[in-house]
Ligand binder design. Structure first.
Ligand SMILES: [Zn+2]
Length: 333
């Protein structure tokens, strides 16, 4: 390894940007995937391209260094080949040639990837031990403004013929439920995504239910009230956990993955989210030898949004583009 490499922060830097329905995160990493710069800000839906350009320029100014490439993680139907984004319903995007637009303004290679897939890539590489072990299978279930899964399976990110593999937020959870941003009724997103959790609390109070919650509470407030035993909040979180446990069972049975990681903004709820989901999965395992066999030693974990997995995954993809080590730890002694 060269001296500059040993010095750690020399060599080209890359940026990873995660555009979420609520927040946008930026990380800049060095050639060993160490984060040198991190910033989180509310997403400006009306000017996404301008916001990303501004955020990358801010990072360049703060670091007094240029970046060699920028990875962008974003929800919707993402085509990494042409950098386009379609049908990002929670961002109001029908079709946006994001990669070419950013490349014209930033002047460096732009790599666009689905947000949950970028996170799954980062998790699969992080789980691999050094440079010898193959990246591990993992399903990353992102629960935020919307819900989707990114799946790394048998050595590759799962995309499917339609590019929509993993969009479990729009599988039917309640056929008689409310209308989703996608136009259909009763999608998983309308029950278990952040805004849906908040909406159900407002509905309960509008119906005259007594609760510790105040009107227009956020999902995080509902989780806190649930942990404190508030009846309305407990009912909502029980329903959320029922549906998420079913979604995880479906992921494990459909894909054969042994590791499911829950992330996204709602994952900030911590044990108040994870424990009710785990409890339901444990009950299913106890009730069914088939599920016990299918789940085997499968694990369901929670990843704090502060870990910025999608932004770090986007940075990992940018590092690949300019030929830097693909995995954290590669090149370390
Ligand atoms: Zn939907």
């Amino acid at each position: 390894m060269s001296a500059t490499y040993e010095a750690g922060i020399d060599g080209p830097l890359v940026a990873g940007v995660d555009v979420g329905g609520t927040k946008t995160s930026v990380v800049v990493t060095d050639n060993r995937a160490r984060i040198l710069y991190e910033h989180v800000t509310p997403t400006e839906r009306s000017s996404l391209v301008g916001q990303i350009v501004g955020l990358v320029d801010d990072a360049r100014r703060q670091l007094l260094r240029d970046v060699g490439a920028v990875g962008v993680a974003i929800p919707g139907n993402v085509d990494p080949d042409d950098g386009s984004v379609r049908m990002a319903v929670n961002l109001g995007i029908t079709h946006l040639p994001l990669g070419p637009m950013l490349q014209a303004r930033l002047g460096v290679p732009i790599l666009v990837e689905h947000d949950a897939r970028a996170a799954a890539l980062w998790l699969s590489e992080r789980a691999a031990d050094g440079s010898t072990q193959a990246p591990a299978n993992v399903a990353f279930l992102a629960i935020g403004t919307g819900i989707s899964a990114g799946v790394f399976l048998d050595g590759a990110l799962l995309r499917g013929d339609n590019g929509l593999a993993g969009e479990v937020g729009h599988v039917v959870a309640d056929p008689d439920g409310v209308v989703c941003a996608c136009g259909l009724r009763g999608c998983l997103e309308t029950i278990a995504a952040g805004p849906a959790i908040a909406r159900q609390a407002d509905e309960a109070m509008a119906a005259g239910r007594r609760s510790l919650l105040s009107p227009h509470s956020r999902a995080a407030d509902v989780f806190r009230a649930s942990a404190a035993g508030d009846e309305v909040a407990v009912e909502i979180i029980d329903r959320v956990a029922d549906h998420l446990a079913r979604a995880i069972r479906s992921l494990v049975l459909t894909l054969g993955v042994k590791r499911v990681v829950i992330g996204g903004g709602v994952a900030a709820a911590g044990p108040a989210l994870l424990e009710p989901v785990r409890l339901r999965i444990a009950r299913e395992r106890a009730a069914s030898p088939l599920i016990e066999a299918a789940l085997g030693d499968a694990t369901v974990e929670l990843l704090s949004p502060s870990e910025a997995p999608s932004a770090r995954g986007a940075a990992a993809i940018a590092r690949r583009r300019i030929g830097l080590p693909e995995r954290e730890g590669v090149g370390e002694r």
